[in-house]
Design a protein around this ligand. Structure first.
Ligand SMILES: O=C(O)C[C@@H](O)[C@H](O)C(=O)CO
Length: 271
């Protein structure tokens, strides 16, 4: 089972380019799916949700989003994810139609999770993001929380974006969250949408379980997706390149409690 989905580029509507489309139709994921779209200026994408909630993240550019009689104009805070400016997102509850119209050339990520519980449509402005500087030595990373578990605005979805600079590791030391064993550990699937700067860069990502029944190390390129149905999932960034990824997480309970691989937990304790 490959966990790596290479970027595609298929014009699905005039000016709307599908970069990634991962769902139960082409993956083993049960709680999470994702679309990444690049929109030419003035192009539009629309969809009506079934029994899913969605988080629409404006990765780059400016768009107008409509959902449930609401209209959010000119949202998006950056020209590139590597501007490292927290961006805007819109949460859309189950069963609702939504549209996205690009005011400038834009890139959006739509994260989905199945649910029949509806939460109100909500604009999540970038300036509410909780920013974290995690790690030390060569595992320093910048975390911008978009929809963390302490924001009660969704039934299942958790969204976070992570910047890992040249020569550092993130999602490290390795941790897992694939046991439904609260309060110690929650069961959350995870999807990584990756970008590199410069674009020709790559990162290494390993996804593996304690018994190594799953143990896959991948060379991940710009706009690739890695799915993490279970297991530890560290990311290593080669010298000279900077990494961005957006994480989508969801599972039976919307809380992020993870378990560090015991043999590597000492990494955290270094002074
Ligand atoms: O702290 C990091 O390096 C990011 C990871 O926590 C990442 O968001 C993840 O693996 C969540 O489970």
């Amino acid at each position: 089972m490959s966990l790596l989905y290479r970027k595609q580029n298929q014009e699905i509507l005039p000016g709307v380019h599908l970069i990634q489309d991962i769902s139960t139709a082409n993956s083993p994921m049960k709680y999470t799916s994702v679309k990444v779209l690049e929109l030419d200026a003035n192009s539009s994408y629309a969809e009506t949700l079934g029994d899913f909630e969605a988080g629409i993240v404006v990765l780059a550019g400016k768009v107008t989003v409509t959902a449930d009689q609401q209209r959010f104009e000119g949202i998006g805070q950056r020209q590139s994810v590597f501007d490292k400016i927290p961006t805007d997102s819109v949460y859309v509850g189950t069963g609702l139609p939504f549209s996205v119209t690009a005011q400038t050339a834009a890139k959006i990520l739509i994260a989905y999770s199945p649910t029949t519980t509806s939460f109100p449509v909500r604009l999540l402005k970038g300036d509410i993001h909780q920013i974290e500087h995690r790690g030390k030595y060569q595992n320093k990373r910048l975390v911008q929380n978009i929809l963390p578990d302490d924001l009660p605005f969704a039934d299942k979805l958790l969204l976070v974006e992570v910047y890992t600079d040249s020569g550092n590791w993130s999602s490290y030391p390795p941790h897992r969250h694939d046991h439904d064993n609260l309060p110690t550990e929650s069961l959350l699937e995870e999807i990584y949408y990756h970008e590199m700067q410069p674009k020709q860069g790559f990162v290494f990502q390993r996804v593996y379980t304690d018994d190594h029944s799953l143990d896959e190390t991948m060379t991940v390129q710009n706009q690739d997706v890695v799915i993490v149905p279970k297991g530890y999932h560290p990311v290593g960034v080669p010298d000279g390149y900077d990494s961005y990824y957006l994480n989508i997480m969801a599972g039976p309970t919307r809380v992020w409690h993870f378990h560090n691989a015991p043999e590597h937990a000492w990494i955290i304790d270094r002074k």
